[in-house]
Design a protein around this ligand. Sequence first.
Ligand code: SF4
Length: 357
Amino acid sequence: MTNRIYEIYGSDAHEMTRALMEAANIRDHIPGKARIALKPNLILAADPDNGATTHAGLLSGCIEYLQEAGFRDISVIESSWYGERTERSLKACGYEKVLKKYGVPFFDLKKDETRRIDTPFRPMDICSRALDADFLIDLPVLKGHCQTAMTCALKNLKGCIPDHEKRQFHSDGLIEPIAALAAVLKPDLIIVDSICGDLYFEEGGNPVHTNRMFLGTDPVQVDVYGCQLMGLDKEDVPYIRLAEEWGAGRSELGDRDIVRLNEPAFAREYPGASGLVKKLTRNVHADSACSPCYASLARALYMAQRDGLQIRDRISIGQGYQGKTVKGLGVGKCCRGADKCVMGCPPTASDIFEMLR
Ligand code: SF4
């Protein structure tokens, strides 16, 4: 498989997952009779629309695609974070129905056997079902994290270790152990749920709707792209560089490496704006804005607030400004008639943040 990232916009996670897998022709890259394990993010018992957990549509789309391609040995594996029961998360995220419909088993990794594996950092206990998969599919949520700035493909693997190892990861400061785990447990495929990841907490609560998903095969490259989308530099997330150094993947990513299957569409009603997002966007005048455009702006405004910048200018965004003269700052190519405009469709949070500075 080439190291390309396939990206799609929409709100139907099931169909988007199928389209991504078709576009990347995944079936031709899985060995016949492979034991396939799907690893979503069920960190806690919370509805995926809250911005922390993987939408059930990714699971159903992925399983349906694989079964139609003739694969039979498919399972779902996961363990919620320390203190949460995985069965509760399974229920809250609506997975039981999907598993029943497709006849796929779920294995709670909190109950799994483990093996001690040497890693570049230290020996680690890792769950056997994750180690024994012939084809591991990582289904993370792209979201913020209060300690590591962001979490996506690399950090989602932390659900493949037992609880005592999770606690040790935190004592070790997270960075080295996350990178080391990825060096010995490499996912073969990553499909990222970036439909409404939380702005900055891994447990959700401030979902920002981007209505986007993307697929890749290199967890380091996927995380680098996640950083770009969230307005972060890859150096802001130190385990990415370390994971690359320890052989988990490569961080190279150019514009040509992104294959876009469609364009973002205007969100009729900007969905799920939390109190935080409302506060951040109080100077924003939106007219038919697409979700990913608005999400990039929300993230950039959050970064500006974090850095103590006072933003008092009027900010315009949305397709309704096409061909119009606009006062103040415009976001996205639709607002090219503004006094100052951050071009792009959608522009990245980094580009908007630079303009705000
Ligand atoms: S620039 Fe316009 S068309 Fe492009 S994402 Fe933003 S609002 Fe949508």
